[in-house]
Design a protein around this ligand. Structure first.
Ligand SMILES: Nc1ncnc2c1ncn2[C@@H]1O[C@H](COP(=O)(O)OP(=O)(O)OP(=O)(O)O)[C@@H](O)[C@H]1O
Ligand code: SF4
Ligand SMILES: [Mg+2]
Length: 327
């Protein structure tokens, strides 16, 4: 692993204004992402997990500057230079964009139904200057094979494919320009369980073949655990835990992680985890609870949790948690 991280996210925030009334007055803020920091090394897969509405997609889109951050830094290393994507101008971003790609959740709506597989996968090549058609064809053929599709698929339209195959097309498109960083946003969540494993395995193979770096987003800790070296757990716009996959599964330090783990099926039922499942609603990012944002749902809540905000701090080497009782 390279020593300098490929990506350093520092105190990243994305707030959306809440507008009301005839004059569209701003009456509040949705704190979708509220001060997130992590590093991502080249060749690493960092999982980002949390319930629906916790802010995962907003993190991914803000890092890739599909959304402009409200605050914070997104330092991206390319050709031995560091760029702050959070504040970079469009002129600076343009040549960097090909190094950062996204794989989307829904393989049915993310592919243009009127484009052939050749056009879908070849488009980023065309946009980035591969104007020779036969050169594009050759590259698209290579990509199709790499993602486990067949050469004859190249002339077909998305509707001719299954969900898993469509996701393979989306992956091939994302890989077309040899990206350094891939943000995969729930890439298998819309697929049948049997197909999920195949696509996860493909992503893993591609990662080791091309030294890819993934930010892998999912709501299912089991899926994230499959592919990630480290896992970041997100709740109401903040990270509540970050550690290696192994440590997080063996010794979760935050009650929220513990609750997510309780939902993961265990191979040996006799060893079943004797932990509470999550109850209550995920916190509203427009109206966050005081103190620890998790306190209304936490089975270990104490008085101070309602007023004191816990710090995100290192509990063991490389293992961070945001809970008063984490030690
Ligand atoms: N463009 C937007 N305008 C206003 N609020 C938004 C916008 N995008 C997201 N939000 C809000 O920000 C919060 C986080 O949304 P986000 O989509 O990032 O969550 P998520 O963790 O990806 O959820 P899911 O698992 O459902 O995909 C939600 O409360 C959402 O309603
Ligand atoms: S700080 Fe308190 S409420 Fe928050 S997770 Fe820890 S024990 Fe639960
Ligand atoms: Mg999402």
């Amino acid at each position: 692993m390279n020593k300098e991280p490929l990506l350093q996210v520092k105190n990243l925030k994305k707030h959306f204004p809440v507008k009301r009334g005839f004059f569209n007055q701003v009456v509040g803020q949705i704190r979708a992402v509220d001060g997130i920091s992590f590093d991502l090394h080249q060749g690493e897969c960092l999982g980002l997990v949390g319930e629906s509405g916790s802010g995962k997609t907003t993190v991914g889109r803000t890092i890739l500057r599909a959304l402009s951050p409200t605050d914070g830094q997104v330092l991206f290393r390319s050709d031995d230079q560091s760029y702050d994507l959070a504040t970079a101008t469009e002129d600076t971003l343009r040549p960097l964009r090909k190094h950062m790609q996204m794989i989307f959740q829904d393989p049915y709506s993310s592919l243009n139904p009127r484009m052939t597989v050749f056009d879908i996968i070849g488009e980023p090549l065309l946009v980035n200057g591969v104007s020779d058609r036969s050169e594009r064809e050759q590259r698209v053929q290579e990509l199709i094979i790499q993602v486990g599709l067949k050469p004859e698929h190249i002339r077909r339209y998305p509707h001719a494919f299954s969900g898993g195959q469509r996701q393979r097309i989306g992956i091939a498109r994302a890989l077309a320009l040899h990206p350094k960083l891939i943000v995969a946003d729930e890439p298998v969540s819309a697929l049948d369980v049997s197909v999920q494993a195949q696509v996860l395995n493909l992503l893993q193979e591609l990662q080791s073949t091309f030294q890819l770096t993934y930010l892998f987003i999912a709501h299912d800790l089991n899926v994230v655990g499959h592919i990630s070296d480290r896992i970041a757990v997100m709740y109401a716009g903040k990270l509540v835990e970050l550690g290696t996959t192994d440590e997080l599964f063996r010794q979760p330090k935050h009650p929220y992680t513990e609750a997510l783990l309780a939902a993961v099926p265990v191979p040996e039922p006799r060893k079943s985890r004797n932990r509470a499942l999550l109850s209550g609603e995920v916190a509203d990012p427009a109206n966050l609870p005081s103190g620890c944002v998790f306190h209304p749902r936490c089975p270990y809540v104490e008085d101070r949790c309602k007023t004191e905000v816990p710090k995100f701090r290192e509990i063991a080497t490389g293992h961070l948690a945001r809970c008063h009782l984490a030690e």
